[in-house]
Design a protein around this ligand. Structure first.
Ligand code: AP5
Ligand code: MG
Length: 226
């Protein structure tokens, strides 16, 4: 099972990826988390990436493609994976096509979490993150449910970085959706319900084979059960 989560900053990719990881027992490949781990470890890549992330800009395609190529070659990806945050540009999408072809893999579904910009701004400004395991939480959460760490704000959730992140998403990442729409792989989900409601729609969409809208697929499943 190879899944791709697509959506704007704050649309809930990480939140739903955690649910899918637990549900299917396959790794969550989050390029943003990988970059933040490099920054935390003080590697050369981390030192280069830190000011780029803090400004809400994108790390170069060549670097990102190299990171993903290496990660997808690791043995835990053999049964499947959940990709989050990549591809973010059309050249990244084209490189991922080539890589998937080389590895003889294909995506089973692309989940597009669609959330209006005002909601994104609200979510990002209040988001809390576990500095140890990177799980994200809504405002007001006291500690990480997994390891009890004190939660912090992500550097790029500060007001000066949030707008540039949305702008670069609109310019460079929105065209990536068309790349996958041609292959009828995309399930578009209104990402504004509760986390549990969205999770249920994501699971229904993953189970659908033909890219029909998640709500329609959900209704079809309910009808079958009745
Ligand atoms: P990355 O870490 O991927 O950030 P992002 O795409 O901006 O997405 P976020 O992680 O901010 O949001 P999310 O969709 O995961 O939402 P979440 O589930 O946390 O990338 C960071 C940076 O790394 C980039 O800006 C770039 O610099 C660099 N980078 C990474 N990949 C790159 C690439 N391929 N190429 C170039 N550069 C790259 O949810 C957000 C909040 O909302 C949370 O508080 C959550 O609890 C809450 N929430 C979730 N669902 C709901 C709901 N249904 N209702 C209410 N609240 C909800
Ligand atoms: Mg995320």
């Amino acid at each position: 099972m190879n899944l791709l989560l697509y959506g704007a900053p704050g649309s809930g990719k990480g939140t739903q990826a955690n649910m899918l990881r637990e549900h299917f027992g396959i790794p969550h490949i989050a390029t943003g988390d990988m970059l933040r781990a490099e920054i935390q470890a003080g590697t050369e890549l981390g030192r280069k990436a830190q000011p780029i992330l803090a400004a809400g800009q994108y790390v170069s395609d060549a670097i990102m493609i190299g990171i993903v190529r290496h990660r997808l070659g690791e043995p835990d990806c053999t049964p499947g994976f959940i990709m989050d945050g990549f591809p973010r540009t059309v050249p990244q999408a084209e490189a991922l096509d080539d890589l998937m072809h080389e590895l003889d893999k294909r995506f089973d579904r692309v989940i597009y979490l669609k959330v209006p910009v005002d909601d994104l701004l609200h979510r990002l400004s209040g988001r809390l993150v576990c500095p140890q395991c990177q799980r994200t939480y809504p405002p007001g959460t006291a500690a990480c449910a997994a390891d009890a760490s004190v939660l912090v704000q992500r550097e790029d959730d500060k007001p000066e970085a949030v707008r540039p992140r949305i702008e670069i998403y609109l310019e460079k990442t929105v065209p990536v959706l068309d790349h996958y729409r041609h292959g009828r792989l995309v399930s578009e989900i209104d990402g504004r319900g509760t986390i549990e409601e969205i999770s249920s729609q994501v699971l229904t969409a993953v189970a659908s084979k033909n890219g029909q809208p998640a709500r329609a697929a959900h209704a079809a499943v309910k009808k079958q059960k009745a």
